[in-house]
Design a protein around this ligand. Structure first.
Ligand code: HEM
Length: 435
């Protein structure tokens, strides 16, 4: 079939609707137009599927069928060598260099620092007021990623980096990510100029850290150290600019996503007393001193994390750009078309997940799902590099805190969904009280 499938026509209206209510807009569009549908955006029209058969087509196609989405537009903002913007051979080579630090065995090195970060931040929780769970999770995940990725051990250095990184993220406006005309310095007064200044400050900090790290090298297990000694197949090392871009990307990709997923997990666990009781019971079987490996093998804890990632995917829609033509669900799409996968839509299918709006971890113990039915971390050649790390962190933070603290919801108000930079997360706070 030639031509694009039907869909809403106005990118501005659709974008505004998405910014106001991302989940509802995606689900309503699929319901109204069927599968696949066309989704208008500032990156051009995107053909979206949320059907396992369509997802299978997209994930199993030769990786060279695709280019990264928005590379030309986002390169100047996120760094031209950023893994998420690379395609083809450059993507493969850069990904290969970054994979080893995320391998299962390496993960053990990060277990204790995750437990310590969770304990340290929860120790500051108020006794007599609602605890702001999302905020705590952001603090924990940022500390974890700074320690694991950059190996920053001294609290003062971590604090300096944390402030600098958070101010770059805050200065990164979605508007100038997508509208090139807004990237003007305007005598240093524009939002773009402000972003550039914040980024230059982080770059200077990184460069100082790199210099210190290269001087007498000591054996370390953080991701920066591993990348410093990594070599491409031709024997060359990453340039300083490549290193800085990847570090920044890992910090951004790795902290907000995990924090939002953890906040959702806390929210749902405490709204479903039977889930909480079963989880606490499972955790009770652990020895006093937590062994990260034993925690990561707990079946119900794993099911709880999977269910939080299913019900509230932080990346509800992911995309690629076609380099070559592809037939998707009967539509012959020409090169240059963008294709998207609605992770949210497939995660909310009643035929796969009965009573889909309900938080019911048991479903993951009752049956298994294919990578085209359950895909919180995306799939194919671009599947999330930090998936194992994120899941490990979620399990350890939940186990550490649920064993120590008995909490209850501060209120019964529903928690909405908000767009945060390129991901989505809880709108406002997830508030809990000491029971
Ligand atoms: C719960 C937490 C997380 C979720 C739900 C998540 C989800 C995702 C998704 C959906 C993608 C796009 C995959 C695709 O296009 O097929 C992605 C890509 C990526 N994620 Fe994550 N992520 C999480 C945590 C992390 C962490 C902790 C790190 C690193 C420390 C990380 C690093 C990356 C990188 C580098 C990519 C780009 C991969 C590529 O383009 O080859 N993520 N993530």
């Amino acid at each position: 079939m030639n031509g694009l499938p039907p869909g809403p026509s106005n990118p501005l209206v659709t974008t505004l609707k998405y910014l106001r209510a991302p989940y509802a807009t995606l689900l309503e569009t699929a319901q109204r137009y069927g599968d696949p549908y066309s989704w208008p955006s500032f990156l051009g029209s995107m053909v979206v599927t949320g059907d396992p058969a369509g997802i299978r087509t997209l994930f199993t196609a030769d990786p060279d069928t695709y280019l990264a989405l928005g590379a030309e537009l986002l390169g100047p903002v996120l760094g031209e060598s950023n893994l998420i913007l690379l395609s083809g051979e450059r993507h493969r080579a850069m990904r290969k260099l970054q994979l080893p630090p995320f391998h299962g065995a390496r993960m053990r090195a990060y277990g204790q620092l995750i437990i310590d970060a969770a304990q340290e931040h929860a120790a500051r929780w108020p006794r007599d007021r609602p605890i702001q769970i999302h905020r705590t999770m952001q603090e924990i995940s940022l500390q974890v990623i700074l320690e694991a990725v950059l190996g920053l051990r001294k609290p003062e250095t971590r604090e300096t980096f944390k402030t600098a990184v958070l101010s770059v993220i805050a200065a990164l406006k979605p508007s100038f990510m997508f509208i090139e005309a807004l990237r003007r310095p305007l005598f240093g007064l524009s939002a773009w100029a402000r972003f550039q200044r914040k980024r230059a400050h982080v770059t200077a900090l990184f460069e100082e850290e790199l210099r210190a790290r290269r001087a007498p090298p000591e054996p370390r297990e953080d991701i920066l150290s591993l990348l410093l000694s990594a070599r491409y197949e031709d024997g060359s090392a990453l340039t300083d600019d490549e290193l800085l871009t990847q570090m920044m990307n890992l910090i951004v990709a790795g902290h907000e996503t995990t924090a939002s997923s953890l906040a959702w997990a806390f929210h749902h666990i405490h709204r479903e007393p039977a889930v909480k009781a079963r989880l606490v019971e499972e955790l009770r079987g652990l020895p006093e001193t937590l062994d990260p490996e034993a925690v990561s093998r707990l079946p119900y804890l794993e099911a709880v994390c999977s269910e939080a990632l299913r019900l509230e995917p932080v990346a509800p829609l992911i995309g690629r750009k076609l380099r070559t033509g592809l037939t998707l669900q009967g539509f012959d799409l020409p090169p240059g078309t963008s294709v998207g996968i609605s992770i949210l839509q497939v995660h909310r299918r009643a035929d796969l997940y009965p009573d889909p709006e309900r938080f019911r971890p048991e479903r993951f113990l009752e049956r298994s799902y294919t990578p085209f039915e359950y895909l919180p971390f995306g799939g194919g050649a671009r599947r999330c590099l930090g998936a194992a790390f994120a899941l490990y962190e979620m399990k350890l933070v939940l186990a550490t805190l649920l064993r120590k603290y008995d909490l209850r919801p501060a209120n019964n108000a529903p928690v909405g969904v908000a767009v945060r930079n390129t991901t989505v997360g809880p709108r406002g706070e997830v508030e809990l009280l000491h029971a």
